[in-house]
Design a protein around this ligand. Sequence first.
Ligand code: SF4
Length: 67
Amino acid sequence: MPKKKLPRILEEYCIGCSHCVMACTPKTLKMVDGKAKIVNATVCDSEGRCVAACPVGAIPLLEDKEY
Ligand code: SF4
């Protein structure tokens, strides 16, 4: 499995505002049951727009993950 920097989404802090989904131009993220989820990791460009967009720090960093 390949590895790349992907967002870590802390569901317990997510308030469901969708800001990260709107900021993600590659469309890596989607709202699922009111929480942000990675739905298409292969298109993530690891630019961290979601990290910057989250108002509550629910995406604290990008981390190396297999996808
Ligand atoms: S920006 Fe943060 S709080 Fe808003 S949906 Fe994304 S992870 Fe959740």
